[in-house]
Each structure stands twice: as C-alpha cells, then as structure tokens.
Design a protein around this ligand. Structure first.
Ligand code: ADP
Ligand code: MG
Length: 670
C-alpha cells in the first residue's frame, strides 16, 4: 500500500462509525435489512459500503455492492474518495454510474456508487437486481422520488431474494442522517436499527433582526464580515444554484482582496467539473505574509454540502434559508424547480456543519420568528410534489400494473398518478386499457423524460432523427448560451448569429452544428468568443453519442435532413417532428395578445430570452417557468394544421375545451 493509504487509514479509524464496524457486520449478516442512523460526517457513506466488502458480501465478477446517492456530484466524489481509501484505481474495484456516464467494469467492480435514478433504470433490465448482493440506500431522509420508488420495489424484491433463493440473499442497508429512522424500520418489517453518535461541538446560532431583502447580497456581506471580525476557521455558505454561486464567489473574492489576509473561495454545484469539485477538500491557505493572520477557505455550495458531502474544518456557516426544490402542481400539470424556503430540519443540519472540528457559529439570514413561524418542520417527500410520468412508465415496464396498491412509503396523490397515465396514453406509451405498447417499451429504454423519448422515436418519420437527437442532447445538459451580466449585450449579439427566428430548438441545433465543424484545437476559443459554455458542449457530444448508441440498439434509424452535408437542415421537417413529440405543450395566442396553454388554460408569455419574437399564433414549448410572471421557455413556432394532423386524438374537436383556439381548430378540421 502507498503512504497515502496509511495517511487516510489513520483518519478512517478515527471516524465514529469505525467503532461500530463489528456490530454492523453482525447485524447485516443476521438480518436482510438494517437501518443506520448517524450524524452527518460520522463516516456512513465512505465506510459502511467498505465494511460490507470486508464482510465478504461481494465476489469479483459475480456480485457487487451498490450504494445509491440522490446527487450526481456525491456519487462521483465519494466513489473517488473510497477508491483512494482502498488504494485502487477508480473504475476498477470501485466505480460509479450516473446518467450518461458509467465508470465501472462488470468484471472487476465490487463496489459501485450510483444515483438512485440509475439503480431504478437498472431494475428495468434486472428486475430482481440479481447483480447485487447488497444495496446501501444512502441519504434516505432526503426522500427523493427515485429513492422512494426503489424502496417500494425492494418491498417486492426482498421476499424473492431470501437466503437460498436463485440469486442468493439481497441485503439492504437504509441510511439516514436524521431522526426518521423509525418510519423506515416499520416499513422494512421491523429492521433493526444501528445508531451512530456523531462527534459534534456546540454551534452558536445568530439570526438577523429584520428580514433580508436580497439573500445573495446578504450572504456575501455576512461572509466578508466573518472574515474580517471572527477567529480563523473556514466558512461554508449555502446558496441555491450555479449562477448565484458564481456571482457570490466573484464578489467575495473581489472584496476580500482588499482585506489583509489570504482568502480562497471555491464554488460547489452539480455541473462543476470533478477536478474543481475536489478543490473544496484542500486545506485553507497559510498567511499572506510571514507571521500574518492565517488564511481562510470559503466554500459556496448548493444543498449538496448539507448532508451529502462533509467538508472538514468548517467553523462558520452562512444560511440564507433557501434551496431549489421541485414543485409540482397536478392541477395545472407543471413541474418546476423553484427557490423555496428550507425546512427547520434542513436548517439544523446546515448549522451542524459548523461544529465538526471545534465549536462554531451559524449565521441565519432570517429572523428567529421566521424560523419558528414560517419554516416547515421537515421537507415534504419529493414523491408528493413530482411529475410521475417517468416513474409510472418505469413501473409499468417492471410489470407493476396496480399502481394504486403499490407499497409506497408515502403514496402519491391519485390525481398525480391519473395525470401521468393520461399523458402516457396521449403519447401512445400506454393503450386505452393502460397496457404498455411497443412505443412505450422503446420510450422506457431511453433515459429521458417521456416526451423527449417520444420525440426521438417519431423523428425518423420526418427524416430528421440526426437533428432531433442533437436537440434532445442540448436539452439534457446545463445552459449552453452564457449571458454574463457585465457583457449581456455582446452575448446577445453572439447568440443572434445562430438564431433561427422560428425556434429556440433550432437555434441550439445551429450552435451545435457550427461547434461540430470547428477543428478540435480551436473549439475552446470559439466557445469563448461566442459566449457558449464549452463544458455544456462537451456534454452534448457525450450525451448525443450515447443516445445514438441506444437508438442503434432499438433499430431507430439515424437520418439527417442535411442532404448537402454542410450543416444545414430542413427546418420545417424538424419543427414538424418537434410538434409530433411535444404537442401537449402548446400555447395559443389569444385576441387579447397573451398566450393560453391548451392542456391547462394557463396565461403565459414567451420568455424574453427566446429568439421567437414575432408573436406566432401557435407555439410549442419545452419548459414552463414560474417567476414573477408565467413564462414559457425554449419555444418553437408550429401551426394548427400540423397539430390536428399529428395528434388528432388530443386535438379532438368534441372533447376540446371551449376557448378561442377551438374556433381555429374547427377551421382546420373543415
Ligand atoms: P457521512 O456519510 O456519515 O456523512 P462521510 O462518510 O461522507 O460521512 O464522511 C466521512 C469523512 O470523510 C468526513 O470527515 C469527510 O470530510 C471525509 N471525506 C469524504 N470525502 C472526502 C474527500 N473527497 N476528501 C477528503 N475527505 C473526505
Ligand atoms: Mg453520507
């Protein structure tokens, strides 16, 4: 073993969970399911999967231990850490799988970290999860949609994978950072509990006297204040997303430069490349001048640092009290990510991050009254606020027909399930009896939202599957067009070169096609010059390659409308294909001038970022954004003749709600 191995081993042995190793192994060997509840940072995620390996649960080339994570960054980062701890190369004995990225090897991987969504996908091909001897469900307190569905599936799988069954016994370890263990114990038929006490120091909590108007500005101000007035110790700041985090980092760096001690600032969010993510674990810098004040590290992070990743050395936490959360309204059938207040349980977790190494301080950027009056006790499970269409398709594929009696920990509203079934029926994935169709099977093979999957399936009929797969890949990665505040005008001008006046989707396609033609060694500069995210473009290439691989397997032909081979395409055909896949997301311009969505009668406006500015009568859209106003985003012009031709069962005159669009439809049918 290397020196690094022994250095890390020294730290591992000191983790609280280490003392419970023998006890845990014993419990796991004696029971099929075990619940582990332990303070964040006690070593659950990094150590417990390794204990299972030591217990002899996995056999190279035959069986494997999986550990699920709700977030991609956690899966990749922890896999790397555990590979280092075991002194092996990532991708061999220890690997990870996240959507569109598989760094594991069936012949050698014995421990695999994966997102909960990926394990669910695997179950579609391996319904008994026969490759696995043990599954560690991590971060169960977060109650993500996929984790909840996996727990429901395990209810069906566990009786079929008892000792002596064909694929051998399947062990399950349910891990949680908070006090909801009892609920999990009951659900898993009285599974024993192991409690791992944390080693935490007291944290003083401070509230603001008045509510803050702008929490980003307040977070920056508070961070700089801590840096100036408080004892040495690193700072962790919670914000909600990439743009906000980058802006705050920039401002803290800039204003921190004027002060006399060294300050390093690192961002942390999901789309950050791995080598930058790793920086958050590096030690704080030394003093700027010999004998001067010691330096300080600031990490500005999304929720990921709340419980998934523990950064040692944090003494101060700045908590504005918000995170991005999935919100679904089944009545208007839209799901959106909204910046929403966190729960009191989250706020307590966040504060706890300050007491890892010594007594710390947590600065809450809201009033004490607000903490007690406005914040909910715990976060509502995601299953109760999500769009269910993708999950329903997965469950149907798994042969689970009776969704109403499926054993969910918290069953979703029947209304939400009905909406999902209805959508899948309109898309042709389920027939009128609710049975899965051939199209449905193919859709479930694509790791995409059902509507995007349908889009790919229909695209060869319009001679443009090569274009559609590019567009779908562009929609599956973070923002491609960058628009920094200080150079918004130049960014808009750069984007205008690619703009196709009838479609944001075609604008994305054009940008990609140009990027594709640029020689590799000039791509970086080209992206920089055109305000295009190079990282996103690299992801588009990767996602596109993988989708094309799946299309090959499913016998979906790859045809291009670019007959000249010069990067041009038949725009009408592509728009028609988009209409055929996304006909349910369509809005109609009324005489009053505003737009009304057809499926749910919402008044909306085309988002100002759209290239479509000639106010078309009909527009299909990718996304419904709820801000100060209802917006539709990523828009393509369509027309009533196409809609009626492509989706007659949806635009059925008899059942069509009475509205201005109905008159248009009537004309089209005549
Ligand atoms: P838990 O799952 O109980 O919250 P973890 O197993 O994630 O705890 O963390 C245990 C310890 O390992 C923590 O002290 C954490 O800081 C450390 N650790 C985890 N990942 C890394 C990494 N990539 N680099 C350095 N330390 C790490
Ligand atoms: Mg953990």
């Amino acid at each position: 073993y290397s020196q690094k191995y022994y250095d890390i081993l020294d730290k591992r042995i000191k983790l609280p969970v280490y003392q419970f190793k023998d006890n845990l192994i014993k419990k796991v060997l004696e029971n099929q399911s075990v619940v582990v509840e332990g303070e964040t940072g006690s070593g659950k995620t990094t150590q417990i999967p390794q204990f299972l390996l030591e217990a002899g649960l996995a056999e190279q080339g035959k069986t494997c231990v999986a550990c699920t994570q709700p977030r991609r960054v956690a899966a990749t980062s922890i896999a790397q850490r555990v590979a280092d701890e075991m002194d092996v190369e990532l991708g061999r004995e220890v690997g990870y799988t996240i959507r569109f990225e598989d760094v594991s090897d069936p012949r050698s991987t014995v421990l695999k970290f994966c997102t909960d969504g990926m394990l669910l996908r695997e179950a579609m091909h391996d319904p008994l999860l026969s490759r696995y001897s043990a599954i560690v469900l991590d971060e169960c307190h977060e109650r993500t949609l996929a984790t909840d569905v996996i727990m429901g599936l395990l209810m069906e799988i566990l009786p079929k994978r008892k000792k002596g069954s064909e694929h051998g016994e399947l062990k399950v370890v349910i891990m949680s950072a908070t006090l909801d263990a009892q609920k999990f114990q009951e659900y898993f038929h009285g599974a024993p509990l192991m409690k791992v006490p944390g080693r935490t120091f007291p944290v003083d909590i401070f509230y603001t006297a008045k509510p803050e108007r702008n929490y980003v500005e307040a977070a920056v101000r508070t961070t700089l204040h801590i840096h100036q007035c408080e004892e040495p110790g690193d700072i962790l700041v919670f914000l909600t997303g990439e743009a906000e985090i980058e802006q705050a980092c920039e401002e803290i760096r800039e204003k921190g430069r004027a002060m006399d001690s060294e300050l390093v600032v690192y961002p942390l969010y999901s789309s950050l490349p791995p080598e930058q993510q790793r920086k958050i674990f590096s030690a704080a810098p030394g003093p700027r001048t010999p004998g001067g004040k010691p330096g300080r590290k600031v990490v500005v992070s999304t929720n990921i640092a709340e419980t998934s990743l523990t950064i040692d050395g944090i003494v101060y936490v700045v908590d504005p009290g918000f995170s991005k959360q999935k919100v679904f309204n089944p009545r208007i059938r839209v799901e959106s990510l909204l910046v929403s207040p966190i729960s009191r349980a989250s706020a307590k977790q966040r504060a706890g991050r300050a007491g890892r190494t010594r007594p710390g301080k947590c600065f809450r950027l809201y009033t004490e009254k607000s903490f007690y009056d406005d914040l909910q006790e715990t976060t509502y499970p995601e299953i109760l606020r999500s769009k269910m269409s993708s999950v329903v398709l997965t469950l149907k594929k798994l042969g689970i027909d009776d969704l109403v009696h499926f054993d969910f920990l918290d069953p979703p509203a029947p209304e939400t399930l009905m909406r999902a079934l209805e959508l899948l029926n309109y898309l042709g994935a389920l027939d009128d009896e609710g049975e899965m169709t051939e199209i449905g099977y193919q859709m479930s093979e694509l790791p995409l939202d059902p509507q995007l999957a349908k889009l790919i399936l229909v695209s060869p009929d319009y001679g443009c599957s090569a274009e559609i797969v590019t567009i779908v890949a562009c929609l599956s990665v973070p923002q491609i067009f960058l628009r920094p505040r200080e150079s918004a005008k130049q960014a808009d001008e750069a984007k205008a070169q690619f703009s196709h006046h009838e479609s944001d989707h075609l604008t994305l396609l054009r940008a990609f096609n140009e990027y594709d033609q640029i020689p590799d060694n000039e791509k970086r500069q080209w992206c920089w010059d055109n305000f295009i995210s190079e990282r996103s473009m690299i992801s588009v290439m990767n996602v596109r390659r993988q989708l094309i691989g799946i299309m090959k397997r499913l016998d979906i032909p790859l045809v291009s409308s670019d007959v000249k081979g010069d990067g041009s395409f038949a725009s009408a055909d592509v728009r028609k294909a988009l209409t055929a896949g996304m006909f349910m997301q369509v809005a109609f311009r009324q005489r009053t001038g505003d737009y009304l969505t057809i499926k749910d009668n919402q008044h909306v406006a085309i988002h100002p970022s759209s290239v479509v500015n000639n106010r078309p009568e009909w527009a299909i859209f990718e996304e419904f954004a709820l801000t100060t106003k209802n917006y539709i985003r990523t828009v393509t012009v369509t027309n009533v003749d196409w809609l009626v031709e492509l989706a007659p069962h949806y635009f059925d005159l008899e059942n069509f709600p009475k509205c201005e669009a109905k008159g248009e439809l009537e004309k089209a049918y005549v």
